[in-house]
Design a protein around this ligand. Structure first.
Ligand code: ASP
Length: 338
């Protein structure tokens, strides 16, 4: 695809070659993300960061990524502080805010809303999560993490075995990730969820029709015994009618160090899009995994900055200029690795 000036709304936009291109640019962003060098390549550019649903990592890492490229960030969070609460349409909001920004990132609780907003925007729009539908930048950073963690151990993404666990019905990260994985060869996906929260059929069908193996289960321990990646997710409470309706499923699949030791392969990588729900009735990834070197959740979050920097540099067409606008940092920094 041509990235310059494009919206990023769905992972369906990407081919395998596009993904490789994004990952190569993400790799080149490491000196800047690690504060070894500073670049001002986006000096004067403004990111409109509009988050109408709770967010920590996505909102802050989009903002940091833009700042690390030298740009400025303006934010709106929540409906209450936005004119949408006064009845303004997405169309009007898009027309106005795209006059103030060079690129916009948006999160919204309704499926399809970011695409609707983008159709009225005068600048590129990046989908930061639209309801239970898609989360393309998360899927890219997840795949980037899988590639970094796993290809070192097993050589290639092809033939990867991954278990996706939890609320697969409402979890937009697993929807987008499953679509990206379908681009590779010979993938095995084990889908572990309560029956009521199963992965929607269209995603399962897309994997199967691309020739991949899909196993469906509602039991954790044996489902994680022969996979390279365990990808755990949170019960998406905000998509249920009430907290009580979500409570029924909370804590159904808990991974801790003793289960890991008993059932997983010694090198199985543990991922989670975060936030992990650490309340005692949920605790899908126990804190006793924190010292496990295969717990990749914080490396995964760090990788989000690299991937989001790459997307901005490609959308605003400055990839070839990043280095020319760079210099050494002049403050103390202690980071050696992502
Ligand atoms: N942060 C991810 C999302 O926004 C995962 C989650 O919230 O559970 O979809």
């Amino acid at each position: 695809m041509i990235f310059a000036g494009s919206h990023i709304l769905s992972v369906e936009q990407f081919s395998r070659a596009d993904i490789e291109q994004i990952f190569a640019v993400a790799d080149s962003m490491e000196p800047y993300a690690l504060r070894k060098r500073v670049t001002r390549v986006l000096e004067g550019a403004i990111l409109g960061n509009m988050f109408f649903e709770p967010s920590t990592r996505t909102r802050v890492s989009f903002g940091c990524a833009f700042n690390l490229l030298g740009g400025e960030v303006r934010e709106t969070t929540g409906f209450k502080s936005s004119a949408i609460a006064k009845g303004e349409s997405l169309y009007d909001t898009a027309r106005v805010l795209s006059g103030y920004s060079d690129v916009i990132c948006m999160r919204h609780p309704e499926s399809g809303s970011v695409a609707e907003f983008a159709s009225a925007s005068r600048v590129p729009v990046v989908n930061g999560g639209d309801g239970a539908n898609e989360h393309p930048s998360q899927a890219l950073l997840d795949l980037y993490t899988i590639q970094k963690e796993v290809t070192a151990k097993r050589g290639s993404m092809d033939g990867l075995r991954i278990a996706m666990i939890g609320d697969l019905k409402h979890g937009r990260t697993v929807h987008s990730l499953s679509r990206l994985l379908a681009l590779y060869d010979n993938i095995e996906v084990v889908l572990v969820s309560p029956e009521e929260l199963a992965m929607p059929e269209r995603y399962v069908d897309a994997l199967r029709s691309a020739g991949h193996k899909v196993v469906i289960s509602s039991e954790l321990n044996h489902s994680i015994s022969r996979v390279d990646i365990v990808y755990s997710t949170r019960i998406q409470e905000e998509r249920f009618e009430s907290k009580e309706a979500a409570d029924v499923y909370r804590g159904r699949f808990r991974l801790n160090q003793s289960i890991y030791t008993e059932f997983c392969q010694p090198n199985t990588v543990i991922m989670h899009p975060l936030p992990r729900d650490s309340r005692s009735d949920a605790n899908e990834l126990d804190n006793d995994l924190n010292q496990n070197p295969n717990l990749a959740i914080f490396r995964q979050a760090d990788n989000g900055v690299l991937v989001r920097m790459a997307l901005f540099a490609m959308i605003l067409d400055v990839v070839g200029q990043v280095e020319a606008h760079s210099r050494e940092v002049n403050w103390y920094h202690r980071r050696n690795g992502m």
